[in-house]
Design a binder for this molecule. Sequence first.
Ligand SMILES: O=P(O)(O)OP(=O)(O)OP(=O)(O)OC[C@H]1O[C@@H](n2cnc3c(O)ncnc32)[C@H](O)[C@@H]1O
Ligand SMILES: [Mg+2]
Length: 169
Amino acid sequence: MKKALVGSKNPVKIEAVRQVLYPEFSVSGTAAASEVSDQPFSDVETREGAVNRARHVQKRADIGIGLEGGVQAEENDIYLVSWGALTDGTGTWTAGGARILLPEHIAAMLRDGVELKTAVDHYSQLTDTHQNEGAVGILTAGRVDRTALFHHVVSLLYGQWLHQTGRRF
Ligand SMILES: O=P(O)(O)OP(=O)(O)OP(=O)(O)OC[C@H]1O[C@@H](n2cnc3c(O)ncnc32)[C@H](O)[C@@H]1O
Ligand SMILES: [Mg+2]
C-alpha cells in the first residue's frame, strides 16, 4: 500500500486525511516543523506552514500532507483560516478551507499575543479543543468541526493531485 504521511501528531488532522485517502494510502502522522509562528497571523504565513510541513514529511512517504491553522485580519475583524499542502516530491498542491469570524473576545486575546487554542479553551471553558471539535466546532455549535473543515481541504488537495497526475477529470 502506498504511504501518506501527515506533518502533525494532532489526531483531528490525521483523521481528516485518513477519511479521504484510506484505503488507497496508509495514513499516519509525525511531528514536522512548520517553520512559521506557533500562531500564524496571515493567510500567507499559514499557507507557508502547511507547505513546509508537507515537504518535510514527504521524504519518508509517497505523499506528504501539511495542514495548518491560522488567523487573518480583515478590517477590524479576525477570521480563522485553514490551509493544506500535498506534495509527491515532483510537485506541490495547495488549498484553503472555509473561514469563520472569531468573536471579539477571542480576537482581543489574539491581539494580545495569546495563541488561538488557548483563547478558544478559555472562551469555551473546555480543554484541548484544538485536538477535538476545534474553534470552528465551538463557534458553529457543532455543525462543522475541525475534522470536517480539514476533510474538505484534503479532498481539494487529493482531487487536484488526481486531476493533474492521474489525468482523471
Ligand atoms: O500539533 P499541530 O499540528 O501543530 O496542531 P495545532 O492544533 O497546534 O494546529 P496548528 O498548529 O495548525 O494551528 C495553529 C494555531 O491555531 C490554533 N488553531 C487553529 N485552528 C484551530 C481550531 O479550529 N481550534 C482551536 N485552535 C485552533 C492552534 O491551536 C494553534 O494555536
Ligand atoms: Mg501547532
